[in-house]
Design a protein around this ligand. Structure first.
Ligand code: TRP
Length: 468
């Protein structure tokens, strides 16, 4: 039997897939979100939980998601239809595809607004507005900026148009070149900034904050956030990686590519943290400043280093690129489904999804001004209204549940033979490790974190302690 191929085309090589998947994984999640949630959740212990989740839950889930996609060769919704029929399982599983489409649109709606901030900062750093400012000055410029909905809306619109154009032309064209150039450049600039941080008197303090775990500082919500972020940063649990897997030719090692992607992604996040926290402490800023953290700290460094406005604008340009190669993967599953099922042209489908997402994004645009409200998430105050709600709903709940469902489907519902065939690494120790992790460890880990989040684990621990 000849190999099934995707109607949307296939990657030209294994490298093309790795670059595209790494392009999806590496984005605002690494450079913007990781530092600010680490700061909000007390540092070291949070980082440790996040790293553990990447290794023990993220990796096996990524392998499951890729293998499901490659077997199905269609958009996540139709892939699930196909595999459910093949394995004769309940059609309820198709919901997994649908929840992915919804999660993708919801994430993209706020992702695009934040990418818009990065775009605005390309110009703010280039023009020298931020040069020579004190930390307070830079913070107040940021505060004024996010409180202007018309500016945020304009940038959000531009970013959505950029993404819609790429998706309407098919995610493969141009992506490979963009990522091949962008990632090494981003890495070099991050290293330059870590070098700058190294020369501040607070470098050690920054590293200590990041890498010395103090478990009294991480709350219940923090554990949930750390796990959610492992899914978010690897682009797991909503079908983006499944979609990319569906364009992957057979004969590529899913395990090796997953490990490579996770390592690159983690490296970028840790470097970002090492560049930012020394600056936070050197300038007496608070680590828990929230979503504005990088926009309030990095410009201080750019304002003081030689050629700072050049480096600064270059950095934000690369950040926009990184966000762009991530954003397209968030709407690709919805677009591919419309092309498959409604026989729409790609251009029409992408435009429709783009407009819908743009519309939802308005809620985030207003979250930092007119619609701002505060609420308590497990004892942690959240003050950016709808934006925080969307972020928590998707990253902390929809993605872990989606990822869990994928791991369970691959390891418990698909036939062992078809999984062995897709993973293509024999039936030895590596396969067994994946099998145990996805069948047992992932469900238990995600389950415990959720129960912990619902406040159920703590009383049990205390009850058990009381017995002795
Ligand atoms: N991983 C990306 C980041 O860290 C964001 C992203 C792209 C994503 N595609 C995704 C998150 C799919 C969850 C699911 O910036």
């Amino acid at each position: 039997m000849s190999e099934r191929v995707s109607i949307h085309g296939m990657w030209s090589s294994r490298l093309a897939f790795v670059l595209a998947a790494a392009g999806s994984a590496i984005g605002l999640g690494n450079i913007w979100k990781f530092p600010y949630i680490t700061g909000e959740n007390g540092g070291g212990a949070f980082v440790l939980v996040y790293l553990l989740c990447v290794a023990v839950v993220g990796l096996p889930v990524m392998m499951s998601e890729i293998l499901i996609g490659r077997r199905g060769r269609e958009s996540p919704i139709n892939t699930m239809h196909h595999l459910v029929a093949e394995a004769q399982r309940p059609r309820l599983w198709v919901l997994l595809g649908w929840s992915g489409v919804v999660a993708g649109i919801l994430i993209m709606s706020y992702y695009s607004v934040i990418a818009g901030w990065a775009m605005a900062y390309v110009f703010k750093t280039a023009s020298g507005t931020l040069t020579g400012q004190t930390a307070e000055g830079i913070a107040s410029i940021f505060g004024g900026f996010v409180a202007s909905p018309e500016k945020l809306l304009a940038w959000h619109t531009i970013f959505m148009v950029m993404n819609t154009i790429v998706v309407s032309r098919g995610v493969r064209s141009g992506l490979e070149q963009a990522v091949r150039f962008m990632m090494p450049a981003l890495l070099v600039l991050l290293l330059v900034m870590v070098g700058y941080a190294y020369n501040t008197p607070s470098f050690e303090r920054g590293l200590e904050f990041l890498f010395t775990p103090d478990f009294s500082k991480i709350s219940t919500g923090g554990v949930l956030t750390a796990m959610g972020h492992a899914f978010f940063t690897l682009s797991l649990g909503m079908g983006a990686i499944m979609m990319y897997g569906s364009y992957l030719p057979k004969g590529t090692s899913i395990a090796a590519t997953s490990i490579a992607i996770a390592l690159m992604d983690t490296l970028v996040a840790l470097l970002a943290g090492m560049a930012i926290f020394p600056l936070v402490f050197a300038n007496n800023l608070v680590p828990s400043a929230g979503p504005g953290l990088i926009f309030q700290t990095l410009p201080i460094a750019f304002g003081h280093m030689p050629y700072g406005s050049l480096f600064g604008s270059l950095f934000f340009i690369l950040l926009v690129f990184a966000a762009w190669t991530s954003g397209i993967s968030l709407i690709e599953p919805a677009v591919a489904w419309l092309v498959e099922n409604r026989s729409m042209s790609r251009v029409k489908a992408a435009t429709g999804v783009g407009i819908l997402t743009w519309f939802v994004g308005i809620a985030t645009v207003l979250s930092f001004s007119e619609w701002a409200f505060s609420f308590n998430f497990f004892g942690e105050m959240k003050s950016s209204g709808v934006f925080d709600v969307l972020d928590i709903l998707t990253a902390n709940f929809m993605l872990p549940l989606g990822g869990l469902a994928m791991a369970v489907f691959a390891s418990r519902c698909m036939s062992r033979a078809s999984v062995v065939d897709e993973l293509d690494m024999g039936d030895g120790i590596l396969f067994r490790a994946w099998y145990v992790l996805t069948r047992h460890v992932t469900p238990v880990a995600v389950g415990i974190v959720f129960l912990h989040g619902l406040g159920i684990v703590q009383p049990v621990i205390e009850f058990v302690r009381g017995l002795f």
